[in-house]
Write a protein of this length. Structure first.
Length: 232
């Protein structure tokens, strides 16, 4: 029978995340990992496999407790358009509170590992794709409920927001200033809104439709004229 492991795998994996996050994938040795995790080299190999396999396990745990949990919480608790905005807002706040300027483990890995390792690069791209998919389905849902203009491409907006997210995380490591990070996000998020004039026209149209309904009951609704006048 295999001997029971004499260490807590979750605690050890969290230590591996911290080690990879601090040193980077290439600069982290198996000896570094074993020391940080408080286990021997053979125990590390027996429990997690080689350095590459441990990195993948560490990245998955990180995503489960950060990006994926954030997406689930926002999708479960907010309307779709608000969920997108709140996601970006939380990333900005997290970036500003990152005193060690560690950045995002996933995005750091995209910059360091992906260009030099095709297999890991594909995995990292797939995980970034999960964020893009969240943006896309939220935008599609917001278009369905009328809060995002229907003439915008959900796919293009999702790609743009992913690029904005990466930019915020990278910029914050060298210049963590609220005005800068919010300034990067603001123009992209504005694309989720109706132009001001179109908002007024939509309200006027809704008022006109409501007025027609009331006029059938004997009311002619002077509100319609006021609304259309405001729309002009």
């Amino acid at each position: 029978m295999p001997r029971p492991r004499e260490f807590d795998e979750t605690t050890a994996l969290d230590a591996a995340i911290a080690c990879f996050w601090h040193r980077g994938y290439e600069a982290t040795s198996v000896r570094d990992l074993a020391g940080a995790m408080g286990i021997s080299g053979p125990s590390l190999y027996n429990a997690f496999g080689d350095k590459r396999a441990l990195f993948v396990a560490a990245l998955e745990r990180y995503l489960n407790h950060s990006t994926r949990s954030r997406i689930k919480r926002l999708e479960d608790s907010l309307p779709p358009k608000r969920a997108v905005r709140r996601f970006i807002e939380e990333i900005i706040e997290r970036s500003l509170s990152d005193r060690e300027r560690r950045g995002c483990f996933l995005i750091n890995s995209a910059l360091e590992v992906a260009p030099h390792d095709r297999e890991l690069g594909a995995l990292i791209a797939d995980r970034l794709g999960e964020i893009e998919a969240f943006f896309r389905r939220s935008i599609e849902a917001a278009q369905a409920d009328g809060t995002v203009p229907s003439d915008r491409s959900p796919g293009d907006l999702a790609k743009l927001l992913l690029g904005v997210l990466l930019g915020i995380r990278v910029l914050a490591r060298s210049k963590p200033e609220r005005a800068l990070l919010e300034g990067v996000a603001r123009p992209a998020l504005a694309l989720l809104d109706y132009p001001t004039g179109r908002k007024r026209i939509r309200r006027a149209h809704a008022a006109e439709q409501g007025g027609r309904g009331r006029s059938k009951g004997g009311q002619h609704g002077p509100e319609i004229a006021r609304s259309l006048g405001a729309a002009r």
